[in-house]
Ligand binder design. Sequence first.
Ligand code: BGC
Length: 387
Amino acid sequence: MKTFLRKRLLPLIFATLSYNLLGCGSSNSSPPETDNTVRLSESYYSDLYAWNEQGGLAQTQLGRGLNLGNYLEAPVEGEWTGGRVLVEEDLQRIADAGFKTVRIPVRWSAHSELAAPYTIDSTFMARVKEVVGWANNTQLKVILNVHHYTEMMDDPENRQTAHILRLQGIWQQISEQFPLSEYPRYNLIFELLNEPNGSIDYDDWNNIIARLLTLIWDDMEAQQNNGSEQRIVMIGTANWGHPDGLTKLVLPNSVDASNTIITVHYYEPFHFTHQGAEWVDGAADWIGTPWLGTASDQAPLIALFDRVTSWNAQPNRGFELFMGEFGVYSRNSAPAQQKAWTAFIAREAEKRNISWAYWEYASGFGAYDADTGQWRPQLIEALIPIQ
Ligand code: BGC
C-alpha cells in the first residue's frame, strides 16, 4: 500500500468550481435526481468512432493503451501488488485484448545512486529492459517514463539544482540503454517526468523540459537523434498533469508535432474518481460521490476536453494528444458508474482523436483482476466496446 499523500489542490479547486458553476449547483430545469441510476446513453458502450479495427492506430500513433501501474513504480516491484510481478503473459494478454500501447511507469529514483554519475542498478535496468522487450515483442508500443520522483517534488530543502542534475543523469543512462538502433521511435517513447507537482511549479517545469530535451536530442544524439530518426518524447503538464496546465506550458523551439506528443491526465471529477483513495488527503469523505452521466455530469468534462483541443489548435501546435492516465479507484465505486465514466471519457477522447492509456492494468483501478484471472467486465467493455 502506498504511503504517500498527495494534495491535488488546483484540480480540486477547479473541480469544485466547475461542479458548482456547471454541475449540481447550477439552476437546472430538470427535477433533482433522487436515485443513482446511470443515465449515460448506451452509445458510449459501442465503437462510436471506429477505433476497434486497429485499436485507434488508424487515427493516432498510440491508440488505446493501458498503464502497467503499481509495478515498476513501486519502491520494490511487487510491494504494491501483493507480491505479484509482471510476467510475459501479461503483455500478451493486454495485446490480445486489443490494446496497442503500454505506459510503463518506472521509479528510477529508487534504484539510482544519489551522487554523480547516479548509476542505475544494473539488475533493475535489466528488469525494465525485459518488460519493454516483452511489450515490443507483442507489438505493443511502449511509453517509458520517470515516475514518482518524489524526493524532487517533496524535498523540504528544495535542492532543485541537485535533483535536476540527477534527473539528467537518469535520462542519460536511459538514453544509452535504449538507443534508436535497438528501440525504434514508434516502438518506444520517452516521457520526461510523471505529474510534476509540489516544489516543481510551472516555470520550474518549463526549465526542466528544456534541459532534458537538450540532453536527449543533443547531448545523446548518437543514440537518440541520429540524422534519420529522432526519439519521440512525451511532455505533460505541471500541477499533477492536469489538463489546465497546458496554458502554462512553454515548449522549446526544438519541439514540434513530429517529435513530441503532449500528455494530460484526466481524473475529473476528482471526488468521484478518487473516492476513498487512501493516498489522497480527505478522500474518505468523498465515498459515495456519484457520476451518473447526466447532462450536468457531462458538461464540465466536455468543457475540459474542449479547452485541451482549443489549446492544441493554436499555431505551431497540432500535437498528438495522449490522455496518459484516467480511471476510477475501484474499491468504493459502483461498477455501473465506473463503467459509465470510463466509457464516456474514452469515447470523448476518441471523438477528438486523443489517444489514451487507462490507469491501470491490474491493481487498485485494475481493468484486469489478477486473482480471478479475468478482465473486469465493466472496465474492459467500457474501454474496448464489443460492438
Ligand atoms: C500515480 C499512482 C496513482 C494514480 C491515481 C498516478 O499518477 O502514480 O500512484 O494511483 O496516479 O491517483
